[in-house]
Design a protein around this ligand. Structure first.
Ligand code: MN
Length: 193
């Protein structure tokens, strides 16, 4: 199986004015496409791995029987593909809040506002490229943390729920070095809460 770039569930300018159309287009058609292409290239050598769910490859990355260079490529480009696929889905021009998730966030973090404050701090203070994550661990508990590069929460056997891309390619055209402004604006296009 070859991986393909998923279509966006909305048009490139749908998240304006919070995320501009040009950023969305480059991010989706160039950056995400790049992860897909490089993932396909590395997996050409491993037909058996191409048949397995990508989440499983990341969960068992150290047991795949591939050399270190290819393991790193699967980690980076497989993570890049999964992370961005989720990112497009959780955003949208209209809120579609999930009651269950909201009440779980309230139970875990006290309130949605408190959660947003903590998540924004994690995203703003992460050094360099990476993602801020709300995930669920094997016991079902919600966890908040950041990971570098394109590392996926599946590497830790956690299931990602909300991820915010804090690579400069996600915001630089509109916000330049003002990452906190991008984070603040992004809550408007996160449809889940
Ligand atoms: Mn990105």
């Amino acid at each position: 199986m070859k991986y393909t770039l998923p279509q966006l569930p909305y048009v490139y300018n749908a998240l304006e004015p919070y995320i501009d159309a040009r950023t969305m287009e480059i991010h989706h058609a160039k950056h995400h496409q790049g992860y897909v292409d490089k993932l396909n290239t590395v997996l050409e050598k491993y037909p058996d791995l191409r048949e397995k769910p990508l989440e499983d490859l990341l969960r068992s990355l150290n047991d795949l029987g591939v050399d270190e260079k290819d393991r790193t490529a699967i980690r980076n480009h497989g993570g890049g593909h999964l992370n961005h696929s989720l990112f497009w889905q959780i955003m949208g021009p209209k809120k579609e809040q999930g009651e269950a998730l909201v009440s779980e966030i309230e139970k875990t973090f006290g309130s949605v506002d408190e959660f947003k404050k903590l998540f924004s701090e994690v995203a703003a203070t992460h050094f360099g490229s990476g993602w801020a994550w709300l995930t669920r661990n094997e016991a079902g508990k919600l966890l908040l943390y950041s990971l570098p590069n394109q590392d996926s929460p599946y590497l830790k056997n956690h299931t990602p729920i909300i991820g915010l891309d804090i690579w400069e390619h996600a915001y630089y055209l509109k916000y330049q070095n003002r990452r906190p402004e991008y984070i603040e604006a992004w809550w408007n296009v996160l449809k889940l809460i």
